[in-house]
Design a binder for this molecule. Structure first.
Ligand SMILES: O=C(O)[C@H](O)[C@@H](O)[C@H](O)[C@H](O)COP(=O)(O)O
Length: 276
């Protein structure tokens, strides 16, 4: 990618035709997790109504995991809107390249929070490889995962339909495992190996912008006052993905910033709750 830092029109960013992001603010992290959990159930059910199947890309992190716990709670309430979990493909936006039983694995968190409870078939759970899964290097694991995505694409090659891609955001603006000023920012491959990551563990696998921005909808779920400056920069300043990777995220049909009031506190709108 040759676009200079700060250029929002960079090739991987989806182009100017993408809808501008919308912002939803909930009063606190618990209400945010509840609201996003309900919205995710509705979105997956809607995708299944149209396509027969749905797909979701999961994130690690505290608020992302809280959302999955909320979805599991909703799935246990039979009167609620139903998702057929046997027809949901689950992918990950990033993963730590550590052994499969390491507590740092995003996969383990998601299985405990949701997947074990709702019974997604094993062949639809597309975990990124662990470091003890037979790949000597994370680059090999990343290439394999890109192959998995390509194999799931309906027309061969490329990417499958990704209905909702969930992202958390770090206080410095990282999304998935794309960190500021890191090689992953400008790597055009759909899946990239990440080394020397600023946030431990240091070795990871991440979707690149070309895969993230291929999603139909991207939901950035952000809570806490520590994220407020990065939220304000991403939404209100002309900052590019090299400085603030979250600013480089743009879904095909929607980009939704789903915030609690603390994370929204530095927005010009003041972080007041608004209707979803
Ligand atoms: O693997 C990871 O580290 C996550 O995918 C990461 O991108 C996370 O979502 C953010 O760091 C926010 O995490 P919190 O919600 O815990 O702050």
């Amino acid at each position: 990618m040759t676009s200079p830092p700060g250029d929002r029109a960079a090739a991987n960013l989806g182009g100017a035709d993408r809808p501008v992001p919308d912002v939803v603010v909930e009063p606190d992290a618990d209400r945010l997790a509840r609201a996003v959990g309900s919205a995710l159930v509705a979105r997956l059910a809607a995708a299944q109504a149209v396509h027969g199947t749905a797909s979701v890309v999961l994130t690690g992190g505290g608020i992302g995991t809280a959302v999955l716990e909320r979805v599991a709670a909703l799935a246990a309430e039979p009167e609620r809107e139903r998702v057929d979990w046997t027809a949901v493909d689950v992918w990950w936006g990033d993963e730590r390249f550590v052994p499969a039983d390491d507590a740092d694995r995003n996969e383990l968190g998601a299985r405990r929070a949701l997947l074990d409870a709702v019974g997604v078939p094993a062949e639809r759970v597309h975990a990124m490889p662990a470091s003890d899964a037979g790949f000597a290097e994370p680059e090999d694991a990343a290439a394999w995962y890109a192959g998995q995505l390509a194999a799931a694409a309906s027309e061969g090659g490329g990417l499958p339909r990704l209905d909702v891609l969930l992202l958390g955001m770090g206080p410095e603006g990282h999304v998935a495992s794309i960190f500021p000023e890191s090689p992953a920012v400008s790597d055009e491959r759909p899946v990239v190996a990440v080394r020397d990551c600023a946030k431990p563990p240091p070795t990871r696998i991440s979707l690149g912008f070309s895969a993230i921005n291929a999603a139909e909808e991207i939901w950035l779920i952000v809570s806490g006052e520590g994220k407020a400056p990065a939220v304000a920069r991403a939404l209100q300043e002309d900052v590019g993905p090299r400085d603030l990777p979250a600013a480089g995220v743009r879904g095909r049909r929607a980009t939704r910033w789903l915030l609690d009031a603390a994370a929204a506190a530095e927005l010009d709108t003041g972080g007041q709750p608004v209707p979803a």
